[in-house]
Design a protein around this ligand. Sequence first.
Ligand code: CO8
Length: 385
Amino acid sequence: MSIPAAPTRSEVRSRTVIGGIGVSVPETSISNDELVASYNAWVEKENAARTMRGEAAVRESSSEFIVNASGIRNRHVYEREGILDPERMAPRIPGRTDEELSVLAEFGLGAAKRALSDGGLDAKQLDLIICSNSHPQRPYPALAIEIQQALGAGGAAFDMGLGCSSALAALHVAANLVRSGAHQRILVVVPELVTSHLDFRDRQTHFIFGDAAVAFLVEGLGEREERAGRFEIIGTSLWTQFSSNIRTNFGHLSRLAQDDPSVLHMEGNLIKQVGNKVFKEVTVAGHQFIVDFLAGYDHTPATMRRFWLHQANARMNAMILKLAFGEEVGADRAPTVLDRLGNTAAAGAIIALEENHRDMKSGEYGLLCAFGAGYSIGGALLRMM
Ligand code: CO8
């Protein structure tokens, strides 16, 4: 094993930039109608069994409800057949040996390579990789280190997470590490394989999520340096308040609560939420965060050319912006990708950013903002250079 030289302290840079963005979305997708058909086929079988046992029936799902309640019409998924099989209702992803690249490292690598190519950087120029997502592969070894090795990158790497605010939390950490001089070029990787943790037998949540990976570069900028077409990171912030309204209990302690710890039962250990409570609470906390965060930089919602918001629910985003502005905000100002992609957790707002910035003029501002489990909210004020 060769030991690389320990990193030295970088130059302190007060200005930071998003130097490149990469997005990787699986090709396969599932429409609402397809998802509902497989769910309802399971319901029919399940209810026959429940009737025999004298238990209450479960209710059918509907495409009309899904699109009206959330705005989601379709989602892209890593593996489709297992999800649509009423006998399985979970993606089928074969296990890998410890010598093979992990599924999530591979998934994140696609986005990471695109971010490096977009930013014109070689992996060797990186001095830190942060892997930040809502559904990690494992506690250790850190996925970020596996990605570091697969890219042939230098420096160090670590994992972190903050639910659907994971990308914004990593951006907050990365921008401040660059500002402090601790690092100069950081790659943030956000692989979100959310369907792996979704209960496709839960009518409340089965339609919500899709899979996607994103990555972005955070770099230091010289005092007068301008990088046309890139965003200067003017400021970042995080807000958190404990809530169990979106929760997963999956982890190594889950098995110990069972009589037989050699078998892990997933029931009760997958994503669960009290959706309507979350909806109400996020609209209040979300719009307040936006107004307060922008005020800290002498801005208001009206001075933002664009909002790249968390992509969970189209109605929720419309309401948050209406409260922040006092009026309806159109799709050009607050673009939506969740109709095509579903809720891609921490990747969603970054995909909205990647797809909707090339028309922005130099000097225009935009707000990147994600809401997530925790509760958590992360924001970044960006200025097009
Ligand atoms: N098909 C048909 N009918 C259904 C279905 C279905 N699949 N699901 C529920 N219904 C029915 C219910 O049974 C109910 O009918 P009834 O009154 O007869 O019992 C009726 O529809 C209404 O049910 P709900 O009140 O549960 O439905 P909502 O209108 O609230 O919609 C949503 C459900 C879409 C889940 C919505 O509540 C929502 O999006 N909530 C926000 C939470 C969210 O976004 N979750 C995504 C994951 S977490 C996340 O990404 C970030 C959260 C941010 C938190 C940060 C806080 C600061």
